[in-house]
Design a protein around this ligand. Structure first.
Ligand code: AMP
Length: 225
């Protein structure tokens, strides 16, 4: 599907925040409208699981429970995906998720003279997050996210195409939110201390939230170009 990108941003960005804040939805809008290639470690890992390889079987168990996949596996996949984009313009969705990953990313991008320009921190209260995750459905082929109240799957398509992710079950959601507060949350301070973090209110419709992110990035993009 060709999209008309009116103003493309040549930037390297990471979207940060708890599971369910809308990182995937916003990354896909930024890809369509601003030409930023989205790199989702979650989507890459789901493709590894679907490949049926031995590695995929190991990864599946972690993902279905809602645990983090081990660092070296994700690092290698992230490295390949970023290299494939040519280091110029991309948006990371779901990476980094630990301080160790953030440290590695800083060193890796630094070695290629391609540091991040901005980290967008999408902030959403926990009760809203639980609702979003439990009512989320995903198109099994495109990976596009939908919501049973706010972004309904297109009525002309087969409802069987829209599935609930195994890690969107209530017990997996609880574990993912715990892991987020213990392991991922420190990444906020990591980027704040480096002056790269931009706080964005993630409550509201996806167009409203997109408008807020775009306003932040537009300013930053003018500073970059
Ligand atoms: P997401 O689609 O971003 O919610 O990611 C889904 C799942 O993929 C997570 O719950 C983890 O199991 C795994 N995953 C994604 N990104 C990472 C990462 N950076 N480090 C470790 N595991 C990850």
């Amino acid at each position: 599907m060709a999209a008309l990108v009116v103003l493309a941003y040549r930037m390297r960005i990471a979207l940060f925040g708890s599971p369910g804040v809308g990182k995937g939805t916003q990354a896909s809008l930024l890809e369509k409208r601003r030409g930023l290639k989205s790199i989702s470690t979650g989507n890459i890992l789901r493709a590894v699981v679907d490949s049926g390889s031995a590695l995929g079987e190991k990864v599946r168990a972690y993902m279905e429970d809602g645990r983090l996949v081990s660092g070296p596996v994700v690092r290698k996949l992230a490295e390949e995906a970023i290299a494939a984009q040519g280091y110029d313009q991309f948006i990371l969705d779901g990476y980094p998720r630990t301080e160790e990953q953030a440290d590695w990313l800083t060193a890796f991008l630094g070695a290629h003279g391609a540091p991040l320009h901005a980290v967008i921190y999408l902030r959403v209260p926990t009760e809203v997050i639980v609702n979003r995750l439990s009512r989320r459905r995903v198109h099994r082929e495109t990976g596009e996210n939908y919501h049973l109240d706010f972004k309904l799957p297109p009525p002309d398509l087969d409802p069987g195409l829209f599935i609930q992710r195994p890690d969107d079950r209530p017990e997996a959601i609880r574990l993912r939110l715990d892991i987020y507060s213990q392991e991922t949350r420190p990444v906020e301070q990591y980027y704040r201390q480096r002056g790269l973090l931009f706080d964005v209110d993630g409550v509201g419709g996806f167009e409203e939230v997109y408008g807020r992110i775009d306003a932040v990035l537009k300013k930053a993009a003018l500073a970059v170009s």
